[in-house]
Every structure is written in C-alpha cells, then in structure tokens.
Ligand binder design. Structure first.
Ligand code: SAM
Length: 283
C-alpha cells in the first residue's frame, strides 16, 4: 500500500509527496507536529499541515535567510532569531566566526526537541556555547528590547494563528527599536505568486519604518509556487549592494546556495514583483 501526504498550499493547489515512513506525530498546545520520511525530499517537518523544512531543499531557505543580512552588516556580533525551531537558521548563523551571541525565541519547545531527535542535520547547533534559547512568544519578547541586536532573523511559518503578528506593522516597529543604530533584519515573506497583498502591505510598512527596505528571492521547491521571497529592513547598510568588504568569507564552509554574486542577484526582481513594492504604506 502506498501512503501519500498532501499539503493544501493554496485554495486551488495541493502538493502531494510519497511517504516512506511517518516518524513522529503529536499535538502540542501550539500546533500539530509531524515528521515524515518522503521519497522525493527526504525527512520533512510539517506543522499544522504545512511543510516547514525538508532535507532536500532546506539549505536554500536557511542560507538565504541568514547569510544575506549577516554578510551585509559590517560588524555583526549579536543575532536574534524569532521562530526557527528546527535549528536550520541557527546552524547557518553560527558558521560566522565573528558572531558572538545568538538568542533564539521559539514559542514551541517541542519543535526544537523533535527536530533534535529526527532532523539532526538542522538541529545541530543548539549546544553551541554562543547559543541561548528562550521558549516564549517572539512578538512579546521583542517588544521590550532596545538597541540590543545587530541582526534579527524572523524564521516564521505562514501568517496565520500565533504567527500572524510576526507580519504586523507593530512587530516591525519593535524590530526597529530592538536593533542597534546600524542593525538589519530579514524575514521570510511567502510567495510573490500567491501572497501579493501580504508582500505589498508588509513591504510598504517596513519601508516607512526603516530607511532601507529590500525584497530578495530564492527558489525553494517545496514551498508554494517554489518561488520565495525574503524582506529586509536596514538602518544603514544596503543589502542589495552585496556583502560588506568586512564580511567573513563563506568559501570553504560547504554552502550549497549562497555566494556573493547570488547575494546581489537575488535583489534583481521581475517586473511583477517590482510592482508590488510601489504601493504606499496604509496607516
Ligand atoms: N521555514 C519555515 C517556513 O516558513 O515554513 C519556518 C520554520 S520554523 C519551524 C517556524 C517556527 O516558528 C515554528 O517552530 C513555530 O513554533 C514558531 N513560531 C510561530 N509563531 C511564533 C511566535 N509568535 N513566536 C515565536 N515562535 C513562533
């Protein structure tokens, strides 16, 4: 008998993968956590029915979320990660020797524990002495922080339920306050094909809060449309200019997606995506 997992990616679109084994399934106070072994993408973390990360393509997402903002900053030391319980984002951040501390705020402790058990390729950095992990709501956590971080990475799921506030104007105002005077953030920003209103709204808001806002793209096969966007807001450095001269070399680190040329190229947007960035911020 064959077993297939289907994610409803959009009202008229589903992605179906052949399942070799269901490795884990539980419901926490926050969400349903499932880990599958699939024929096409290897092990896969699924939260509330939505694919979060697969062994086959997680490197694209995590390298682009972490290295673009960190390499754009001239002297990054302290990093905050919001969400990201699978550990893939922290793994990438900690490749940078100049990073002195990483604080991660994940609402659901079980995502970290399950990822350590079933996805050790991602959850391999939680014991790094530079890491500290808090299990609480990232929106509340960042509200009270002032000028504490050089880089903030928002590794959020889709903008529904407890994650909806991670896409709100108030949240980006909190990020602005929590960043130092030359700080920069990056956040995953869904699909330019399917989430145009979200991208328009959030980009307009961020560009009215930060002096520099930018959107960049990457190809991620298991995410809806396979065409994914990331949003940055920066107080001083323009990430579209490419990595800073002071950025540590990522050569020899075994990266599979990010390189300095791709960093710059990722900010070159198709016409229909550029059009999304021309909207005015709504009060
Ligand atoms: N790459 C992923 C994606 O977009 O599909 C995101 C992965 S990561 C597993 C997302 C994490 O954010 C989840 O573990 C979830 O528990 C956490 N999360 C959701 N809302 C949160 C909040 N308000 N504060 C902190 N963490 C949150």
């Amino acid at each position: 008998m064959e077993v297939w997992f289907t994610e409803q990616q959009h009202p008229g679109l589903r992605l179906t993968c052949k399942v070799l084994q269901t490795l884990h399934r539980e419901t926490t106070p926050f969400q349903e956590i499932v880990v599958l072994d699939t024929e096409q993408f290897g092990r896969m973390l699924v939260l509330d029915g939505a694919i979060q990360a697969t062994i086959a393509d997680e490197f694209v997402y995590h390298e682009m979320l972490a290295h673009v903002p960190i390499c754009s900053h001239h002297h990054p030391k302290d990093v905050l990660i919001i969400g990201g319980g699978d550990g893939g984002c922290a793994r990438e951040v900690l490749r940078h020797q100049q990073i002195g501390s990483v604080t991660q705020v994940e609402i659901d402790q079980r995502v970290v524990e399950v990822s350590k058990q079933f996805l050790p390729e991602l959850a391999c950095s939680f014991d790094d002495p530079r890491m500290s992990v808090c299990f609480e709501d990232g929106i509340a956590f960042v509200k009270d922080r002032e000028a504490c971080y050089d880089v903030i990475l928002v590794d959020a799921p889709d903008p529904v339920g407890m994650a909806a506030g991670l896409f709100s104007r108030e949240f980006y105002e909190s990020l602005y306050r929590a960043l130092r005077q030359d700080g920069i953030f990056a956040a995953q920003m869904e699909s330019p094909f399917f989430d145009q209103e979200l991208i328009e709204r959030v980009y307009a808001g961020v560009s009215s809060i930060f002096p520099i806002a930018g959107l960049y793209l990457a190809s991620i096969p298991t995410y809806p449309s396979g065409f994914w966007s990331f949003l940055t807001g920066s107080k001083q450095y323009d990430p579209a200019q490419g990595p800073a001269k002071t950025a540590g070399s990522m050569a020899g680190q075994g990266l599979r997606y990010y390189n300095p040329e791709l960093h710059r190229a990722a900010f070159v947007l198709p016409q229909f995506v550029q059009a999304l960035l021309k909207q005015e911020a709504k009060p």
